[in-house]
Design a binder for this molecule. Structure first.
Ligand code: PMP
Length: 350
């Protein structure tokens, strides 16, 4: 028995789940969801007809999500985390003989999932400061004509927004589908959802894992023109979204103002952390997300990561990733967690 040859050299995408006091490595929300949401979910679960399959179309959930964006349910598809949305996009629009374009450094799962679905990956490069030059879009999208182009705004792990005009440039350079991953969209000042319109091959991916404090629930969604949503829906398994998750997501949307308050706290803490990092011997990049990429100037990134871990502070080690030599990424946590991180880092760099 032999596994597919093209899977042989794929490396997994993992962050170690070690037991530490301060966990700032996976961009989760540091705050639990509101107690009232938990109670509403428990109430609903107590009468849920578990003997029945769930609503296959998740209509109520999709209607509620779509309303957030001023759209109808046929413009939204929900799945088990935005990673599953990305997988479904690759299955529907990628596959053998087709290409997906990414601009490095970016979220590694875009190319990883593309390869798993036998979609060839073509890579463009961001500039020194991880910005995206529009002529690079012309080179890669115009030259390669990928079936899918992934943008990520704010980009993970850099935190930078895609530049003005990037989406329009990809649309003009090729005829494939443009996917804008907005997993961190709520922390940013603008969204590509406003650019979605019938006949335009543009979709936006979002998640409940970050802002909505629901990483454990595994819920993400896609917004796009109804014909694209229908095509992506056709590759999902029947009843892929269980009834508990549908209820969890639907009820969460009743707590929009609590979620906005959490985003505001995180954005404020982000500002405080950027200012504090500015006093230390590290380079940082402007972040529109709930994390900050930084590079120690005089000490090896890998070593700094180890020494932070020895102080029970876990950040993301990007030091060995392509284009990210010596870089680490820290998630914005609670004020106390951020203080613990900052004082550990100061000690390590002293
Ligand atoms: N997109 C980006 C850019 C991410 O950073 C993440 C989470 N690390 C995801 C998608 C996946 O999120 P989830 O599957 O939890 O919705």
């Amino acid at each position: 028995m032999k596994v597919r040859e093209d899977l042989g050299d794929l490396e997994g995408y993992h962050s170690p789940q070690v037991d530490v006091a301060v966990r700032l490595n996976t961009n989760e929300s540091p705050y639990p969801p509101p107690d009232a949401w938990r109670q509403a979910l428990l109430d609903e679960l107590s009468s849920l007809p578990f003997q029945r399959y769930p609503d296959r179309d998740a209509t109520e959930l999709r209607t509620a999500i779509a309303a957030l964006h001023g759209l109808g349910p046929d413009s939204v598809l929900a799945a088990n985390g935005s990673n599953e949305v990305i997988q479904a996009l690759c299955l529907a629009f990628g596959g053998p003989g087709r290409k997906a374009a990414v601009f490095r450094p970016t979220y590694l799962m875009h190319s990883h999932i593309a390869r798993i679905t036998a979609t060839a990956v073509v890579e463009g490069e961001r500039d020194e400061d991880f910005g995206l030059d529009l002529t690079e879009i012309d080179r890669v999208v115009g030259g390669e004509q990928p079936a899918i182009t992934f943008l990520c705004s704010p980009n993970n792990p850099t935190g930078r927004l895609e530049p003005d005009g990037a989406i329009e440039r990809v649309l003009a350079a090729g005829s494939g589908l443009v996917v804008v991953d907005e997993a961190y969209g709520q922390f940013a000042p603008r969204s590509a959802v406003e650019l979605i319109e019938p006949g335009r091959p543009l979709v936006v991916v979002r998640t409940f894992s970050k802002t909505w404090s629901m990483a454990a629930a595994r819920l993400g969604y896609l917004v796009g023109p109804p014909d694209v949503i229908e095509a992506v829906g056709s590759v999902l398994l029947p009843y892929h979204l269980d009834a508990m998750k549908q209820a969890a997501g639907r009820l969460a949307l009743h707590f929009g103002s609590e979620m906005e308050a959490r985003v505001a706290m995180i954005v404020e803490e982000r500002g405080r952390m950027v200012a504090a990092l500015g006093e230390l011997p590290v380079d940082t990049w402007p972040s529109a997300a709930n994390f900050i990429l930084f590079r120690p100037r005089a000490k090896d990134g890998e070593k700094v990561w180890q020494e932070l871990l020895a102080r029970s502070v876990l950040v993301r080690n990007c030091a060995g990733w392509p284009r990210l030599d010596g870089c680490l990424r820290v998630t914005v946590g609670t004020a106390a967690e951020n203080d613990a991180f900052l004082s550990a880092l100061e000690e390590v760099l002293a």
